[in-house]
Design a protein around this ligand. Structure first.
Ligand code: CA
Ligand code: CA
Ligand code: CA
Length: 378
C-alpha cells in the first residue's frame, strides 16, 4: 500500500513538472541611469522553470559589475563580479544599504556560474540558482510573477574593487516582463471558398486564413474531386502555394471543372506558426469542400461554340471561326493582357511557343457567350 501511494505522488509531480513551461525574459540592453532605453552597455536575459532561474548578464569587462534582484539598491540580493574580499569572480552578495560596509558577500554562495566569457570589451556571465535558495540574503523569485525587478551597478573607473559607483554607473526600478513560449498551434479561422460553398468560380484561388501568422512546412496540400480522385497535389514548398501573414493562397494549375465537387486535404506538417507549432491539418473530405459554378457559357451557348471552336493541342490553341466573329484575350495570373484580338473572322492558331513558361487564361467571347481555358506553357 505504501509503495503504491509513493508511486502515485511521483506520477503527480512528474505530470506537474512536465507541463510547466519555461518562461523567458528576452535578452536586451538594460536602461541607463537616466532611464534611456539604450546606451547603458549593460545587458540581461533570463529563463525560469518552476525550480530555477538562469540569467545572462553582460557589461564592460574592465571593471566590477553588479546585478541586483529588487527595486532599489537597499535590502537587495546581488550577483557581483569583483576582486573584493577574495578571488576575482562572480559572487553571491547582499546589499543591506548603499553604504559600502553593508555590501557583503553571502555566507552561502548559491549561484552556479555556467560561463564567464569576455568577447571584445564585453564580459558575459551565465549563472543559475534555485528560485528559492532558502538563504535570507537571496531574493525569492516567484515562478508565477509576471515581471522581474532588477538593478545594476558598475565601477565608475577601471577597477574590480567595490566602491561607490556614483550616480551615472547604476540604474534601478527596472521591471522586465516574463514571457511564456507560444505552444498553441494555429487554427483555421476562415476559408475562401467557405466550407460547403456552391457556385465557386472555376478560376478562383483558394485561401485559408489562420488564427496567427503561419509559415509553410514540408507536407502536401492536395485537391481532390468528390470521387476521391486526386486532381492536383502540391508538395511544399510549391509555387502553387504562397503565404502572407496568417493567410495561405493555393493557386491550382488548371481551371477546375464546371459544376463539380472538390475538397482539400492538408497534411499535418504543411503549416505551422513561427514558433514551430503545427496546424493539425485537414484529413476528411468534409473538412473543406465546395462545388464549382455551372458553366458561365451554359445559357444559350451553342454546342459548336462550346465543343469545337476551341481545341487545345500540345503545342497550340486552335480557334475555328465558324461563328460569325469573335474576340479573344489572353492574360497571365497577374491580370496582364498578353495577347488579344477583336473582331476575328478567320480561324486562328495561337502557338504556345509565343509565350514564356507560365500559366495563362484564355477568354473567348462571341455574341455574349464566353469560354475560358486556363493553359500552362512549360
Ligand atoms: Ca546566497
Ligand atoms: Ca545573495
Ligand atoms: Ca501559436
Amino acid at each position: 500500500m505504501k509503495k503504491k501511494l509513493i508511486l502515485g505522488v511521483s506520477l503527480l509531480f512528474g505530470t506537474f513538472f512536465s507541463q510547466a513551461q519555461t518562461k523567458t525574459i528576452v535578452y536586451q540592453e538594460l536602461k541607463t541611469a537616466s532611464g534611456a532605453a539604450t546606451g547603458s552597455g549593460m545587458f540581461f536575459g533570463a529563463s525560469m522553470t518552476v525550480d530555477s532561474i538562469t540569467v545572462t548578464f553582460a557589461g564592460p569587462s574592465t571593471k566590477w559589475l553588479g546585478l541586483g534582484f529588487g527595486t532599489s539598491m537597499s535590502g537587495t540580493d546581488a550577483l557581483i563580479y569583483t576582486s573584493s574580499g577574495g578571488s576575482q569572480n562572480w559572487w553571491d552578495y547582499y546589499m543591506g544599504s548603499t553604504s559600502s560596509g553593508s555590501v557583503v558577500k553571502d555566507a552561502t554562495q548559491d549561484w552556479k556560474i555556467k560561463s564567464n566569457t569576455v568577447v571584445g570589451s564585453l564580459r558575459t556571465v551565465v549563472a543559475t540558482r534555485k528560485l528559492n535558495t532558502g538563504d535570507a540574503k537571496d531574493a525569492v523569485i516567484n515562478y508565477n510573477g509576471s515581471t522581474l525587478n532588477l538593478v545594476w551597478g558598475r565601477s565608475s573607473g577601471s577597477s574590480y574593487v567595490l566602491a561607490d559607483h556614483g550616480g551615472s554607473n547604476r540604474a534601478f526600478g527596472i521591471s522586465l516582463a516574463w514571457v511564456l513560449p507560444d505552444v498553441t498551434p494555429p487554427t483555421l479561422t476562415a476559408t475562401s471558398p467557405t466550407d460547403n460553398a456552391t457556385g465557386v468560380a472555376t478560376t478562383q484561388n483558394l485561401t485559408a486564413t489562420f488564427s496567427e501568422t503561419v509559415v509553410l512546412g514540408t507536407g502536401t496540400i492536395s485537391l481532390y474531386s468528390a470521387t476521391n480522385t486526386l486532381v492536383e497535389s502540391y508538395t511544399l514548398p510549391s509555387s502553387n502555394v504562397t503565404v502572407n501573414g496568417a493567410t495561405i493562397t493555393i493557386n491550382p494549375t488548371n481551371i477546375l471543372s464546371d459544376s463539380s465537387d472538390y475538397y482539400l486535404l492538408i497534411s499535418s506538417t504543411a503549416i505551422k506558426d513561427v514558433a514551430g507549432n503545427f496546424y493539425t491539418g485537414l484529413a476528411l473530405p468534409t473538412d473543406w469542400n465546395f462545388t464549382t459554378a455551372t458553366a458561365q457559357h451554359s445559357t444559350g451557348v451553342n454546342e459548336v461554340f462550346e465543343k469545337k471552336i476551341v481545341k487545345v493541342t500540345n503545342s497550340a490553341i486552335q480557334i475555328f471561326a465558324n461563328a460569325s466573329s469573335y474576340q479573344y484575350q489572353i492574360i497571365d495570373l497577374q491580370g496582364n493582357i498578353i495577347k488579344e484580338k477583336n473582331n476575328v473572322q478567320v480561324d486562328s492558331i495561337i502557338h504556345f511557343s509565343e509565350f514564356k513558361p507560365s500559366v495563362y487564361i484564355l477568354t473567348l467571347s462571341n455574341n455574349g457567350q464566353v469560354i475560358q481555358r486556363k493553359f500552362v506553357v512549360q
